[in-house]
Every structure is written in C-alpha cells, then in structure tokens.
Design a protein around this ligand. Structure first.
Ligand SMILES: Cc1cc2nc3c(=O)[nH]c(=O)nc-3n(C[C@H](O)[C@H](O)[C@H](O)COP(=O)(O)OP(=O)(O)OC[C@H]3O[C@@H](n4cnc5c(N)ncnc54)[C@H](O)[C@@H]3O)c2cc1C
Length: 453
C-alpha cells in the first residue's frame, strides 16, 4: 500500500487528498468495496499519476465518481485504493451551446443545472445523483433518448487515462475500436477524466415537459401492465412504472410516471390508454427541464443495503407482473425496515436508439432495442436480511426473464447485479470486447466493474 503513495506523494496537486476510508459513503452498502485508502482527486492530471504508481506497485484500484454503482463485482480490499473523482466538477459550454465539455465528477444535476443556466438542453439520465460519465460509459439511458439517442450518442470526444496510466484523447475517428469499447463497456477500457458532449441550444421557456406521479390501486395492475405493453413510446415519450410506498399513506402502491416533451393536452392524449384506467391520484403538470429529475430524488438517498436485480424487457405480461407484485408485497410486509423497497421499471422510446443500430456498431452497447428495464431494489439496513433480499430479487428476475420477450436475458450493465453471465451483460458485443480487452488492458488493471475476463 505504501509503495504507490511513496511514488506520488510529492507530485500530486494540493487539491488532492487522502481521506479516511470510513468516510466513503456509497448508495448501497451491500457488497461495497473495502479499500485501504480513498484518494480524492482535485486535478485531472493526478489520475494519471496515481494509476501509473498503482501499476508500478501492482496496487488494485477502483474509480469512483457518484458512488452509486451497486454491483457485487468489486474485489477491492485493504490492499487497494479508491480513486475518487467526484470533485472534478468543471463544466464549459461553447459559444453557440452546441457542445459542452465537463469533468468526470459532474453529476446529472450539475450538468442539467448548468445547461439550464446556459439556455440549453443536454440528454442526461433520470437521477440527479448519478455521475454523467458513470451512466454514459455503460450506455446511459435518458428521458430524451427518443429524440437525441442514448448518452453514448452524445459523446464527441473523451479524455482518458488508459490502463498504463497514459493520458489520451479519443474520438470516433482517432481510435475507432477503443471508442467502440468505451461506449458501452467504458469502465473496462479507461478512466475518463473529462468528455465533450452534444448540447442543444434551447430557451428556458421552451425547455419543459409534462410529467408527474399517477397512482393506481393495485387491483388495476393487470390493466396498467397491459396498457404499457401495448403502448409504443414515440420519440418524445418516456415512462416509469413503480411498485413503491405511496407518498400519500406509505402503503405499497402502483405508480406510473409518464413523461412527454410537449403540452399537457397532447401528453394526456399520448398516455390516454393508461390514464383512462382510472388513477386514484394524478399529479402531472408541465414542469421546467431543471426539475424533471426531482421526483426521483428519494432514490438517490445514500446508505442502506440495496442488492438490486434487473431484466431488459421487450414485452410485459400481466400474469408475470402479478407474481412480481406478490413477491414485492411479501418482502415489504416481512420487514418493517424494508419499507423503501421498490420495483422500478424505466421504459424508453427505441425510435432514435434503434435507428442508430443501423450505424453498424459505432458503440458496444448491445441493447438498443430493449423498451423497458425493470429493477428490483430491496432496501433495508440489517445484513441478517441479505439472504431473503437476494431471494426476493432473484424471484422477481425469474418471473420477468420468462416474460421478457427476448431471445436470451439482457441486463443493462448499470442496473445489473453481478451474478449474471457476461453474455447477459455485454450481449453480442462480448467476444469482440474480450478480444479488445486483451489488447488494451492485458494486465487487467481495470477490472472492478463487470470485468470482461
Ligand atoms: C438512484 C440511481 C438512479 C439511476 N438512474 C439511472 C438512469 O436514469 N440512467 C442510467 O443509465 N443509469 C442510472 N443509474 C445507474 C447508474 O448509471 C450506475 O449506477 C452508474 O454506474 C453510476 O455511476 P456513478 O459514477 O454515479 O457511480 P460509481 O459507483 O462511482 O461508478 C460506477 C462504476 O462506473 C465506473 N466509472 C464511473 N465513472 C467513471 C469514469 N469517469 N471513468 C471510468 N469508469 C467510471 C467505475 O467502474 C465505477 O465502479 C442509476 C443508479 C442509481 C443508484
């Protein structure tokens, strides 16, 4: 451990510090990494210095930005270091607001707020606390992906530190195959310290959407699921389905969160097949871009144990979802401390993302034609509950895999648990990714996040 520190201690910027490992708060405590040190980086250049020193001393390391990754693939122990890049927060828009360059610690909220202040829109993800690049390097789902494409489709260039500690700027033209690998399996191929991303100039008055919580009694579950299954989400539409404690009475309930990039009147028409089922509460309204993610803020609460499981869905079957509801209720009712347990299903328009399939493999993200991603999130504090929580998540996953409408199970890397087969995570990109891994990181230094070998 001391070896790497001795190599860099007199070379790091004064903005970089080493903090007590006990202060390393993450979104989920379940299977969290247990490093010997956490280096909080204050300067992009220090990332390269630390990775170089770690390589020379054979010290394992993990990059941490938003600290939201819940996978159980971390093997980092007291021999290893977390390189915390969350303080790298610079954001710069170009004069016509068509591009934005930002550092790796920038969260969705940071970028959205900056875009709002610049009369622009960027296509970021749906939870404020997530780092833009943490989500993007695995694909990056976004409410506006039907119009603009996924987060990876926003990338123009990436400044990375490679597995050897060398700084490089990568564009789709400069290194086609490394770009392909970084855009879907990024964490295995480099540490991105900053990126340039597409931005869309837009006056604040036009930068709005119709959205909000719509609550249903659970007796309507089959109707709601059938309506979601039948609904083709246009490019300007997105929606979420939640099984969670009601904001009204704390009891388990079914919530739909429709999202439409337009007026309330048209939004209601677009989602009429769901709204006509008869909600018990409808809080939808037209709201500004810088508040679109606010409804998801409770999910950003850090701490507690949240061993989550996911399935990518092309279809949703009411019978399977009744079984999922029953699993949810059983777990929710078994443990008072698990009352934040949630099943979240995010559904996206595949209009723009499926179209970019035709670009013939500019990115390694494999699931552009998946409509919905379901995530079972058991949420509690006592490790004694772990085995029941894991069983609950696995049961939900089984019901959904059987009704997913896909040839084989698919698990979006950023939502996956870590026990899946690698082909479920990387899909058809797996063989080529493994080949490129041998080329770009033969010593497997970048091997904490769904390692490719
Ligand atoms: C509350 C919540 C909401 C979410 N909502 C969405 C969503 O709307 N859309 C979506 O697509 N995903 C979403 N996710 C999943 C999210 O994309 C992943 O958890 C993502 O990995 C988090 O990145 P992070 O930097 O915040 O967390 P971290 O734990 O810091 O990062 C996760 C892993 O990503 C890698 N990584 C992070 N930054 C870099 C970097 N700069 N360079 C190289 N590797 C890096 C590291 O291997 C790290 O272990 C959500 C997660 C949570 C907890």
């Amino acid at each position: 451990m001391r070896g790497w520190m001795d190599l860099v201690k007199n070379t790091l910027s004064s903005k970089t510090s080493i903090v007590c490992t006990g202060e390393n708060q993450r979104w989920s405590d379940y299977a969290a990494p247990t490093p010997g040190a956490v280096v909080v980086v204050g300067d992009e250049n220090d990332v390269a210095k630390i990775i170089t020193a770690a390589k020379k001393t054979n010290t394992p390391f993990l990059i941490q930005s938003g600290a939201n990754g819940w996978a159980d693939t971390f093997t980092l122990n007291s021999q290893g270091i977390i390189i915390d890049i969350s303080n790298l927060k610079t954001i710069t828009f170009n004069p016509d607001k068509s591009q934005v360059t930002f550092q790796a610690g920038v969260t969705n909220k940071d970028l959205i707020d900056a875009a709002w202040d610049n009369n622009a829109r960027v296509s970021a993800s749906t939870c404020n606390c997530v780092s833009v690049l943490g989500a993007t390097l695995g694909g990056g789902l976004s409410r506006t992906q039907g119009v603009y494409g996924m987060n990876i489709d926003q990338l123009i260039s990436l400044s990375i530190v490679d597995a050897d500690g060398a700084k490089r700027t990568i564009t789709p033209k400069s290194d086609r195959e490394l770009w392909w690998a970084l855009t879907g399996a990024g964490a295995n191929f480099g540490v991105v310290t900053s990126a340039t991303y597409k931005s869309y100039a837009m006056p604040q008055a036009e930068n709005t959407a119709w959205t909000g919580l719509v609550l249903f009694d659970q007796s309507k579950l089959e109707d709601v699921v059938a309506a979601i299954d039948a609904l083709t989400l246009g490019p300007d539409m997105q929606m979420d389905l939640y099984f969670t404690a009601s904001p009204v009475d704390g009891q388990p309930t079914v919530i739909v969160l429709p999202f439409y990039l337009g007026t309330e009147e048209v939004g209601r028409e677009k989602f009429a097949s769901i709204l006509d089922i008869g909600p018990t509460l409808d809080t939808t309204e037209v709201i500004p871009y810088n508040t679109w993610n606010t409804a998801g803020d409770p999910f950003c609460a850090a701490g507690g144990r949240k061993p989550s499981y996911t399935v990518g869905l092309k279809t949703m079957e009411p019978t399977a979802w009744r079984n999922v509801w029953n699993e949810y209720i059983a777990f929710f009712n078994s443990y008072e401390e698990a009352n934040l347990t949630t099943i979240l299903t995010e559904c996206y328009s595949t209009a723009a993302t499926a179209a970019s399939l035709k670009d013939n493999g500019t990115s390694s993200y494999p699931f552009r034609d998946i409509k919905c991603h379901a995530i079972a999130i058991p949420w509690y504090t006592s490790p004694e509950i772990d085995s029941d929580a894991l069983q609950f998540g696995q049961n939900v996953r089984s019901y959904l895999i059987d009704s997913a409408g896909t040839k084989s199970p698919s698990s979006y890397i950023n939502f996956a648990h870590g026990d899946e087969s690698l082909s479920h995570i990387y899909g058809s990109s797996l063989p080529k990714l493994q080949k490129l891994k041998r080329k770009y990181d033969p010593e497997r230094r970048l091997n904490q996040w769904f390692p490719l070998s």
